[in-house]
Write a protein that binds this ligand. Structure first.
Ligand code: ADP
Ligand code: MG
Length: 352
């Protein structure tokens, strides 16, 4: 099922538009992450796709057909939310079979068939043996897997997941991510997955759509959006960032008067820009004559595999963050107050 979101606008009474002219094509069988900060419109977009919310303007096409006026049932979507309320008084098996058992009689499968399907789905989400438990007797991760099995029971054309692992602890989230990717690869459902966690989006999805203030900033594979962010917002949202004011003059770049080599692929006319660089793209410069930023170490923190250093540079409002890989050496005797020279290996320039 291919979903096309075309010119979607959604305004709630008396508020700024929650979605503002969103165009997005979700390819058949892909796992797409909708990534953005809280309040950016992710849930609203998911609800518009599901038919739980009608857009103020625009259309939704399911496999090329206008589905904008179809109801939730007619769109046949499977849903999982962050706090998915399973029915507390029902066993796991009955929870999974609920969507089928609640159908009108004419297209309700017989009881034995519902049971068989529910058992099959519980095997798929690796919960065999827990059929007769109640939700209270399950861990958080198991409950979300029951919720997924329940969403899959109606044989949805699309699976919509709204921060489904948001309420779980970090370790369980990581396990469920792998597990969901694997499930997706086995079932091949077109899946839209909402998250505000960039690591989750990067690790899990085929493509990421980044939303901000009701608008789509960029869509692409994890590698594309990480390496070629469309703008400063996308760059900053995807990972730790140093933002430095830079001036380009005659094809040369200067940060607080220090020349920095013009990074590969950067072509910018003379003017002022915001230079965005990841902490791991800053390296200690060995040679005295090598171009680089000069500063003084502030905090030095050791964490597994790398050393994080904050460096104060005259003329910059905030310290620069560096991440030095331990295996590169040269970090063991870094102390606070030590002079450093740093080269910026990769960066992007965006409008200041
Ligand atoms: P996200 O899921 O990215 O956190 P939402 O889609 O929930 O963002 O919300 C986007 C914006 O729309 C927010 O400003 C929110 O307050 C507003 N909003 C969402 N739902 C409603 C509603 N039912 N009524 C009024 N405003 C809403
Ligand atoms: Mg939300």
């Amino acid at each position: 099922m291919e979903i096309r979101v075309h010119g979607i606008r959604k305004a709630f009474d008396g508020a700024a538009a929650a979605l503002d002219d969103v165009d997005l094509t979700i390819r058949s069988g892909e796992l797409l992450a909708l990534l953005g900060p809280s309040g950016s419109g992710k849930t609203t977009l998911l609800r518009v796709i599901a038919g739980l919310e009608f857009p103020t303007a625009g259309t939704i096409l399911f496999d090329g057909e206008d589905a904008s006026r179809r109801t939730v049932q007619e769109r046949n979507v499977g849903f999982v939310f962050q706090h998915y309320a399973l029915f507390r008084h029902m066993t796991v098996l009955d929870n999974v079979g609920f969507g089928l058992a609640a159908r009108p009689r004419r297209n309700r499968p017989p009881k034995a068939e519902i049971r068989r399907r529910a058992e099959e789905l519980l095997a798929l989400v690796q919960l065999q043996g827990l059929e007769h438990r109640y939700p209270a007797q399950l861990s958080g991760g198991q409950r979300q897997r029951v919720a997924l099995a329940r969403a899959l029971a109606i044989e949805p054309t699309v699976l919509l997941l709204d921060e489904p692992f948001g309420a779980l602890d970090a370790k369980v989230r990581k396990d469920l991510r792998r597990w969901l990717r694997d499930l997706h690869d086995r079932t091949g459902h077109t899946t839209v997955f909402v998250t505000h966690d960039q690591e989750e989006a990067l690790e899990l999805s085929d493509r990421i759509a980044i939303v901000n203030k009701g608008r789509l900033e960029q869509i692409g594979t994890p590698t594309e959006v990480y390496l070629n962010p469309a703008n400063g917002f996308v760059f900053e949202f995807l990972g730790s960032t140093n933002v430095l004011p830079v001036e380009v003059r005659d094809g040369r770049a200067f940060v607080t008067g220090c020349p920095v080599p013009v990074a590969e692929g950067i072509a910018a006319g003379d003017g002022r820009y915001a230079l965005h660089a990841r902490p791991h793209d800053l390296v200690l410069a060995a040679e005295r004559q090598e171009a680089g930023l000069v500063g003084v170490t502030d905090l030095v923190r050791v964490s597994p595999g790398l050393v994080r250093v904050d460096m104060k540079v005259d003329g910059l409002p905030r310290p620069i963050e560096l991440e030095l890989p331990m295996k590169a050496g040269g970090w063991t005797d870094l102390k606070r107050g030590q002079a450093l020279r740093v080269r910026i290996d990769r960066y992007h320039l965006f409008a200041a």
